[in-house]
Design a protein around this ligand. Structure first.
Ligand code: 2AM
Ligand code: CA
Length: 273
């Protein structure tokens, strides 16, 4: 069953990915969700309709949690049930999409009993299809993925912030400064699912972000674990899809990264580099 679900998730993600690229020039409605940082376009909504219609044509009995409808209702109860639940981000990296920066993706995860069993992230700009099935390994365009073996000082790390997170109380800037001093480089690239795919394929070595939603991470975390990496909450706890705090690395830097991030005081004043 996992193989079959993966095959359909791959087809649906590639179809939607090609469609959003072809239709970028037709984008005519950009709306703010919470504020000017948190965008949604008519293409996000149409891509979501296209994806959910295809899923329900094939699997009418399956549950779907998808960003542009569920972000309003936040009904995540189907995540923990003994049923197949598709978790969809119709464009992950909408700010990049709007600005024509080619770093965004379609993310489709399938979860059963709270555990991701299929993860598909499609980058339409590079035509790269990252996919994983539970216990089946992770692949990009058919090539098996393996996380890197770099040390922290050789590492490139990605992080990010959610629209409402970049406030005076956010510890991110301090975490950023602290990790910057201990690694090769840090980037805010703008698509959490693609960041996780990049950890899985060893291009980067770690990623962390707080306050994400299940659709940003459900697919990507399976890519990382199936490629031999480690995922947890930012504090090292067991990852909770609903909390959305994620740290994902090649495994060898997980403990060091956790220690560095935990040294940053929430009040942001005690940091010393
Ligand atoms: P999006 O493009 O689908 O909104 C950017 O650092 C990453 O964070 C992207 O994956 C982006 O997803 C996500 N993101 C941005 N704002 C968010 C929010 N308010 N809640 C959850 N995820 C968010
Ligand atoms: Ca999105």
């Amino acid at each position: 069953m996992i193989q079959t679900l993966k095959k359909y998730a791959e087809q649906i993600a590639v179809d939607a990915g090609k469609w959003i690229v072809q239709n970028r020039s037709n984008m005519d409605k950009i709306q703010y969700k919470k504020n000017h940082l948190d965008l949604v376009t008519d293409i996000d909504r149409l891509s979501e309709e296209r994806i959910t219609r295809k899923i329900l044509e094939i699997f009418p009995e399956h549950a779907i949690i998808s960003e542009e409808t569920q972000s309003i209702h936040k009904d995540f109860t189907s995540l923990d049930r003994d049923e197949y639940c598709w978790i969809v981000d119709p464009i992950d990296g909408t700010v990049n999409y709007v600005h024509d920066i080619p770093y965004y993706s379609i993310s489709i995860g399938i979860v059963k009993n709270g555990k991701p069993i299929v993860g598909v992230v499609y980058d339409p700009n590079r035509d790269e299809l990252f996919s994983a099935g539970q216990g089946l390994g992770a692949y990009v365009n058919g090539k098996k993925l393996q996380v890197s073996s770099r040390s922290l000082k050789e590492s490139v790390l990605h992080t990010g912030y959610c629209a409402s997170d970049w406030t005076t109380t956010s510890p991110l800037r301090h975490e950023f400064a602290k990790c910057y001093a201990k690694s090769r480089n840090i980037k805010i690239a703008g698509s959490a699912s693609l960041d996780l795919a990049y950890v899985a394929c060893g291009r980067i070595d770690g990623f962390w972000q707080r306050g994400l939603s299940p659709w940003d991470i459900a697919a990507g975390i399976l890519l990382v674990t199936e490629a031999g990496g480690t995922v947890s909450g930012v504090d090292g706890s067991v990852l909770d899809l609903k909390t959305g705090d994620v740290m994902a690395t090649n495994g060898s830097i997980q403990q060091q990264l956790k220690t560095i991030l935990s040294e940053v005081d929430e009040d942001e004043r005690t940091i010393s580099i």
